[in-house]
Design a protein around this ligand. Structure first.
Ligand code: SF4
Length: 363
């Protein structure tokens, strides 16, 4: 069945491949490995639509891996802001530096060497080896797992089924055109073999697919029930300083949102903060007031609920408190602010906006 799967899938791909900015047309020489790698890192946990503008912006600013390697980390984090999973941006930058310094600016072409580079795991190494270098590599992401689980009717639940699914994917990966095959599997998973409602009638693998033949496709892959996500709580401190500038600080290099900018806050923990506890954690003594409402955000492993307290630094100090710095409100776009911090800032801006005096509004 393996040859039949790849032949049918490649034939389908030749006619239906998605046109993506980082992709060479079917059967054509591959794109520059830098582009393939950049797109694969950006696409982890993120949609094609969200990635496209970031991909173009990165390439315009840093057309080669050497350009990216020479950029300050701050600039890379700022350009990445909004894409999420910020460890990826730091690793992206480190990886570019290693490729520039230790590999003469050329990505290695084998999976094992690619895996030695920062931020490149099994999936990305296989994807770059197959797509950029035409090496036979087994590329398995969530989309591919779903297609394979259905095609072979794998009843073992994920994550236990991962090894089994990879072995089955290996069995259908061809020697010829492995890069196109990997991208064809991704496209099939993204456009036809959809998680909720697979479009089996449009599928080139329909007559080979056991899940479809046995009418269980939609139920696959099976999954062990997930543990409920906990909620973490924090109080963020909206401190207005000189000429309304906002106090921001940099998060520690290691850990969640490492190296990104933030509105100073209490630590994040699983019980809500009492006013006394939050006051003790504020960046300075001031008449803090709680703004109405709450900011909510969901990370991979927890929900986050944030109260925002506001105050004005009466005698605005020249140097900002709490190891932070003052940022003018019209300069916020130039900061490496992750999405959750943008939500907190939007909340603060709305809640602290001074209402226009009666009769002055534009009609
Ligand atoms: Fe997925 Fe249906 Fe195609 Fe099977 S036939 S691979 S379930 S879309």
């Amino acid at each position: 069945m393996s040859n039949e799967v790849s032949a049918k899938l490649l034939d389908w791909y030749d006619r239906h491949a998605r046109r993506l900015p980082w992709r060479a047309p079917p059967g054509r020489p591959p794109m520059d490995p830098y582009r393939v790698w950049l797109s694969e890192i950006m696409l982890q946990q993120t949609t094609v639509a969200a990635v496209a503008p970031y991909y173009e912006a990165f390439l315009t600013r840093w057309p080669t891996v050497a350009d990216l390697a020479a950029a300050p980390q701050e600039a890379v984090l700022t350009a990445w802001a909004g894409l999420g999973y910020y460890a990826r941006a730091r690793n992206l930058h480190r990886c570019a530096q290693v490729v520039a310094a230790e590999h003469g600016g050329r990505f290695p072409d084998r999976e094992a060497e690619l895996r030695e580079l920062p931020g490149i795991g099994a999936y990305t190494a296989a994807a770059v080896a197959a797509i950029a270098f035409g090496r036979r590599a087994v590329v398995v992401d969530g989309n591919v797992e779903r297609v394979v689980a259905r095609l072979f009717r794998v009843e073992t639940p994920l994550p236990k089924a991962k090894g089994e699914l990879k072995a089955l994917a290996e069995g259908i990966t061809p020697e010829r055109r492995p890069g196109d095959f990997a991208q064809a599997m991704m496209d099939l998973g993204a456009t036809v073999c959809l998680p909720r409602q697979p479009k089996c009638l449009l599928c080139p693998l329909q007559d080979l697919c056991r899940g479809h033949g046995d009418s269980v496709a939609q139920e696959l892959p099976r999954r062990l029930p997930k543990a409920a996500k906990p909620t973490r709580h924090a109080v963020a401190f909206w401190l207005a300083g000189p000429e309304g500038a906002l106090l921001l600080r940099r998060r520690p290099e290691k850990g969640l949102l490492g190296g990104m900018m933030e509105v100073p806050s209490t630590p994040w923990r699983e019980s809500p903060w009492t006013p006394e506890e939050a006051t003790a954690a504020a960046p300075l003594e001031a008449p803090w007031r709680a703004l109405p409402g709450q900011v909510r955000h969901t990370f991979t492993h927890f929900h986050f609920a944030v109260e925002v307290w506001a105050a004005t630094a009466v005698e605005a100090p020249d140097t900002a408190p709490a190891e932070g710095r003052w940022v003018a409100l019209d300069r916020l776009d130039g900061e490496a602010l992750p999405t959750v911090m943008r939500k907190i800032i939007d909340h603060g801006l709305k809640a602290t906006a001074v209402p226009a005096p009666a009769g002055t509004a534009d009609d």
